[in-house]
Design a protein around this ligand. Structure first.
Ligand SMILES: [Zn+2]
Length: 338
């Protein structure tokens, strides 16, 4: 009598082969699916080559991320007044009202970002070199600390737009990320979290690449100059700039080689609040181009459709956020693409 043919079992498949197959899957499918099938697959999912990059940008499960800790819009206004400085308050308050209904709506989401980071790092261990948050991730102190503790070898970090981070958590996290070379920060007008650049500068001595998307005023420019002297590449793509802030930045950063000002707008407060395309500040731009090796501006510098569209459109906070998101992942400086 013939013996029944032996059927190989999935769990006995070589871990190297499983690792190659898992490498073809989305990170979330490995984390929440394949790694949970059996012990053998769990061990295969710990293959370090799968985890060079933890990319949360591709996840569309926004319910994982939305959960601003603000109870009502009144509290939100107070938060902004406490954290923002001088005249920027006026601008943030102006954008607040049209955005408030959406803000309340996303508050309903469940915050599972911490759980997701735990699940990922059970598999990745300390392998990740790149950590990219989803643009709409809402990161709080405990999640930032968790990410830094469990992924201390990160060299390229993209932080999300939303945060309400304390100085302590910011300090702790960046004390772990000593190998950081590239940092991308988005700061929207309603972001009440801290931006503790001193902690970044003191710990991340190899941080030569910074991309900032948001409002660059004189105070922020001074902070960057004071704490991030090692910067060689700086992108302010699609940001709002005070002309004085830009001048101080370029004059102060002695090692800066490349500056990207593509699709950024210049903010003026006097005699009234208005915005201009970057090409209107010719004297400052001339100074900038003399100070640094390479200045990048819009592809059609004197007639950029993107800038013109942005300049003449009706603004709201939500529109600003969408604008930031639209151009967030792309940059003319290679190091900032993700
Ligand atoms: Zn442009």
């Amino acid at each position: 009598m013939e013996k029944p043919e032996q059927v190989p079992k999935w769990e006995n498949l070589s871990r190297d082969i499983l690792g190659i197959i898992f490498g073809k899957l989305e990170m979330m499918d490995v984390t929440m699916g394949a790694s949970r099938v059996c012990t053998s697959w769990f061990l295969a999912a710990q293959n370090g080559t799968l985890w060079n990059t933890v990319n949360l940008v591709v996840s569309h499960e926004h319910s994982f991320f939305y959960n601003p800790r603000v109870n009502n819009t009144k509290e939100l206004v107070v938060g902004i007044r406490m954290s923002e400085r001088h005249y920027t308050i006026n601008i943030t308050c102006m954008y607040l009202l049209p955005y408030a209904p959406h803000y309340r709506q996303i508050k309903q989401g469940q915050n599972n970002l911490g759980n997701l980071l735990i699940e990922i790092t059970k598999l990745s261990c300390t392998a990740p070199r790149n950590l990219f948050f989803n643009f709409y991730s809402y990161i709080q102190d405990k999640e930032l600390v968790l990410a830094a503790e469990r992924m201390p070898n990160v060299e390229k970090l993209v932080l999300p737009m939303w945060s309400s981070l304390s100085e302590n958590s910011f300090r702790f996290a960046f004390s772990q990320w000593k190998n950081l070379r590239t940092l991308v920060i988005v700061k929207n007008p309603l972001n009440t979290g801290t931006l503790e650049l001193q902690a970044v500068g003191e710990n991340c001595t190899n941080l030569t690449n910074l991309k900032f998307v948001g409002l660059l005023d004189e105070h922020l420019a001074d902070q960057i100059v004071l704490h991030l002297q090692v910067l060689k590449r700086l992108s302010l793509r699609c940001s709002f700039l005070y002309e004085q802030g830009l001048s101080r930045l370029v004059n102060g950063l002695k090692n800066l080689e490349i500056l990207n000002l593509s699709h950024s707008l210049v903010v003026s407060l006097f005699p009234h609040l208005h915005f201009r395309m970057v090409n209107k500040i010719e004297d400052t731009l001339s100074m900038v181009s003399q100070k640094i090796h390479k200045l990048i501006t819009c592809p059609r510098f004197f007639d950029c459709g993107i800038c013109a569209d942005w300049l003449h459109s009706a603004w709201s906070c939500w529109k600003i956020c969408k604008y930031f998101e639209l151009f967030w992942q792309k940059d003319e400086i290679e190091e900032f693409n993700f």
